[in-house]
Design a protein around this ligand. Structure first.
Ligand code: NAD
Ligand code: 13P
Length: 414
């Protein structure tokens, strides 16, 4: 019997937190997983902060490799300071080495870096690997909009699900209770995993070989070009139970669903709304205005999902799961996009400037997502149908003011 080897691709604020959760669980379930968890770290020279318990007066402010600090001190002093990571996490600066032989790949890095990462690992992973994307963003190209789960999956010829929820990393790293949503809906050949699709084959059938020519229907119900290779029967099934086991902690409750598009879009689009919430809060308009932004934003999120991912996306994913309304609320209360947008308005500087000044290398996803979604809508003449998304983009680009928001969103609502 073989065990699953797990690699976390990414080690930022959320990447390090998810690595902690996963490493606690690989240790707790040695029958299913190899204990050691590989964490790929984008290597950089880091100075240990003077207020850190790992600050060494002898070494002083001399920069050290981030991977060396993590492996020696079991703390990511730059992106998740003050949190002890399990010692079975190995920080690895080599992407290719970190993913080698892993059957489970967890993608957790800012969405602007994923294309380069996928280019580097293509051809270096086992063909029967499966992935989970924790990335909050959408991939926009001339061809249209796609989810990072399906885009990574297509690029690497593997199946990738999505994890998203009301999950501010620092709270979870401190083991404060929260919920998350994992969407995993592999195509029928991965038939040991429960598939909700009508006509899916008998879930008890074990497929160990690739089915030549089998095409995977993606989150939009379209036939994807990915040709999947079956997971060898020697491994524990890579199904809902397996992924729940990998991510569930007493402080991190997991709901497994099948709506990959809804879960991914909730996490991506709420970042645009959180910027708007920060804008109105920065103007001092109070809680009613912020609630109005959340209401209008949620409606645009559902509309976007239905319009462009209509075949499989479920409204209930937006209104009932942690990846939907709960993430919207937490992000509009204390997320980085919200906080940076609020400060930008208060100080009269750009959101990008606040990001550079305040986040110590952490990356906002809302600003790029607002631009990307806008270019997608604009190309289709649909900006007016999404007045809040459009207003956020126009404010970021200096074409509109925060004071214009009420009139801009009223135009469609009335
Ligand atoms: P982060 O904001 O901490 O980003 C910094 C990371 O980017 C670091 O690991 C850094 O090494 C890496 N990086 C910098 N330059 C790079 C490059 N050129 N190539 C590759 N990597 C580079 O990251 P995060 O918070 O872990 O976010 C990852 C994803 O998780 C995002 O999509 C985010 O929306 C999502 N998310 C974040 C939180 C949170 O609270 N932080 C919660 C839920 C989801
Ligand atoms: P920010 O990236 O805005 O901090 O949001 C974090 C998050 O996704 C909370 O669920």
């Amino acid at each position: 019997e073989k065990k699953h080897k797990v690699t976390i691709v990414g080690s930022g604020n959320w990447g390090s937190t998810i690595s902690k959760i996963v490493a606690e669980n690989t240790r707790a379930h040695p029958d299913v997983f190899e204990e050691q968890v590989q964490m790929w770290v984008y290597e950089e020279d880091v100075t240990v902060p003077r207020d850190s318990k790992h600050y060494d007066a002898v070494a002083g402010d001399k920069p050290q490799k981030l991977t060396t600090i993590i492996n020696d001190k079991h703390e990511n002093v730059k992106y998740l300071p003050g949190i002890t990571l399990p010692s079975n996490i190995v920080a690895n600066p080599s992407l290719v080495d970190a993913v080698r032989g892993s059957t489970i790949l967890v993608f957790n890095l800012p969405h602007q870096f994923i294309a380069k990462v996928c280019d580097q690992i293509r051809g270096h992973i086992v063909p029967y690997a499966r992935g989970i994307s924790c990335i909050k963003g959408v991939n926009v190209s001339d061809a249209g909009v796609s989810l990072f789960s399906e885009w990574i999956g297509d690029g690497l010829d593997i199946y990738v699900g999505a994890l998203s929820g009301a999950n501010i990393a620092n709270e979870i790293a401190a083991e404060k209770w929260s919920e998350t949503t994992i969407a995993y809906d592999p195509p029928p050949m991965d038939s040991r995993a429960p598939s909700p699709r009508e006509g899916s084959p008998n879930p008890s059938v074990t497929v160990t070989e690739a089915v030549p020519g089998l095409r995977h229907r993606d989150a939009r119900g379209r036939t994807s070009k990915t040709k999947l290779t079956g997971v060898p029967a020697a491994y524990p099934p890579l199904d809902h139970e397996c992924f729940r086991t990998l991510f569930y902690r007493p402080y991190f409750h997991v709901q497994m669903v099948s709506d990959v598009a809804g879960v991914s879009l909730g996490g991506a689009l709420k970042n645009i709304v959180a910027l708007a919430a920060g804008f109105v809060d920065g103007r001092g308009w109070g809680d009613n205005a912020k609630a109005a932004i959340m209401r209008i934003g949620l409606m645009e999120m559902v509309k976007f999902g239905k319009e462009f991912f209509g075949e499989t996306v479920q409204s209930a994913t937006f209104t009932e799961t942690s990846a939907g309304v709960a993430d919207l609320i937490t992000s509009c209360s204390g997320g980085r996009n919200f906080r940076c947008a609020r400060k930008a308005v208060e100080k009269g500087i750009s959101v990008d400037e606040v990001e550079r000044q305040d986040l110590n290398g952490q990356k906002l996803q809302g600003t790029t997502t607002a631009y990307e979604v806008n270019s997608f809508l604009k190309a289709r003449g649909l900006e007016k149908d999404y007045p809040l998304f459009t207003a956020v983009n126009d404010i970021l680009r200096g074409k509109k003011q925060v004071d214009d928001i009420p009139a801009l969103v009223a135009a469609v609502d009335d």
